[in-house]
Design a protein around this ligand. Structure first.
Ligand code: CA
Length: 232
């Protein structure tokens, strides 16, 4: 199988060089774009497998680039931001980004994010043929029957816990923001909903995680949201 084609959107040449050197060394194919306009053009003409997108671009906000790409494609977008403020990441994730990296990041971190995204793409392709159930480590969801198992043991989840688990499993590998989750579950995202989400997440974790304080299935992104991880 061909190595994935990565589109790198970055105006800072030192960061761009770090990424291209890393991708070259690991046998990825890549394209580069120094601004948002070129990025949108390259994304539409080359249909890359993954986009690495800097949020602070000279001609437009990275969030705008995500919104444009999302009008025609679900290609995975990993946001790269020098800004550590949560609100930028959240805006990008709500606009449809899949994951984020905060500058400065290590080569290992970059490669790990790319692997997570590639695994998610593979799982999505697999599950397209068998969408009636889901398996991840010991966790199994029978969507058709509405049952959840850990190993052989059936779990008793409340309707909201079940909805929450299904949403996370259907977006495995992707960081889901508090807003996205509460909109999906309650149809609103007031502060109250986000507080409820924390409570339901805690009760859900008690049921599915061996050690709720060191969760293996659901990762917390403080101030941002949650992500289901692929368990080996
Ligand atoms: Ca920049």
């Amino acid at each position: 199988m061909n190595k994935p084609l990565i589109l790198i959107v970055e105006d800072d040449s030192s960061v761009k060089n770090l990424i291209t050197t890393t991708l070259k060394a690991h046998d990825y194919r890549y394209l580069t774009a120094p601004n948002g306009k070129t990025a949108i053009l390259e994304a539409s003409s080359h249909n890359p497998d993954i986009v690495l997108l800097d949020l602070g671009l000279p001609d437009m906000d990275g969030v705008e680039v995500i919104q444009k790409i999302r009008t025609w494609s679900n290609m995975p977008i990993i946001v790269i931001s020098a800004r550590s403020e949560d609100s930028d990441k959240i805006d990008a994730l709500d606009a449809g980004a899949d994951d984020y990296l905060t500058k400065p990041f290590s080569v290992e971190e970059l490669l790990a994010r790319l692997r997570v995204t590639q695994r998610r793409l593979m799982m999505q392709n697999d599950s397209a043929s068998e969408a009636s159930s889901f398996a991840n480590g010991d966790l199994r969801i029978d969507y058709a029957a509405g049952c959840v198992y850990i190993g052989k043991e059936e779990l008793h989840l409340t309707p909201i816990e079940y909805k929450l688990l299904c949403l996370l499993s259907q977006n495995i590998g992707k960081v889901l923001t508090h807003t996205f989750i509460t909109q999906n579950i309650w149809g609103s995202s007031w502060d109250n909903d986000i507080a409820s989400l924390r409570v339901f997440m805690a009760t859900l974790r008690k049921k599915i995680e061996k050690e709720p304080n060191a969760p293996q299935y659901i990762q917390t992104h403080i101030g941002v949201g949650y992500r289901m991880l692929k368990v080996e």
